[in-house]
Design a protein around this ligand. Sequence first.
Ligand code: DGL
Length: 261
Amino acid sequence: MNKNSSIGFFDSGVGGLSVYSLFKKSLPSENTLYFGDLKNMPYGNKSKDELLVFARKIVDFFKTQNVKAVVIACNTSSATVYDIIKNEYDFKIYPIIQSSAEVISKMNVKKIGVFATIATINSGAYKREIQKHNSDIEVIEHACPNWTSFVENGQINSPECLEDLKAHYEKISDSKPDKIILGCTHYPFLLPVLTKFADKETFIDPAKIFVDFIHEDLRKSNLLRISSEKGTEKFFVSTNPDDFVTNAKLFYEVKERPSII
Ligand code: DGL
């Protein structure tokens, strides 16, 4: 595997940038590709079979770009299709849930809430992965079907968004969780609204834990690109490149218009 090869990131849209932006800060010399599957967004209400088709198409595309690794910057795909595709390629594939659950399970918490998409919640992946490492933690899972669309439609500051987030927050807080995982990479975009109901420390964004995991694994596998030069980057979408650039702004400045694949 060539250390100078790119690492491919994918998500249904801009959500994965909450991971990607931290990765670029942590490992600035890595060459990277990012794919936002806007045509098929939101992933959260799709079937496993559909999600499998989307993931294979994107990872196959990354394969044509000779990537050295793929980062599934999407909880929904990590929860539903990672186990199926993980052995189909000869490069590493990093899923967000499975890569961050161990660190989360060691946090000082008894009861943890999870906000995620319908598909992620139905898979039970967070509960399973956390309890694999610490069966004493109670995991309360809660689906938020509209949240990805609020981010992708530029409606973060709308009254509908505020009302919807408040209703979901009140529902999960009835169970009094010690912390709440933002189990969809779009949800950190909603923190300015969520922090109207609880302080920032209540929410766990797995992105930082995930990026640290990838960093350490690339190091151990001798795959880190060692260079004083900044890495290159390229963005791809399945449709609507201008929407992608606009909605990305909160997390990342996309300087070149994404190519449509
Ligand atoms: N950002 C993705 C996730 O982490 C997908 C959200 C969606 O498209 O519904 O689950």
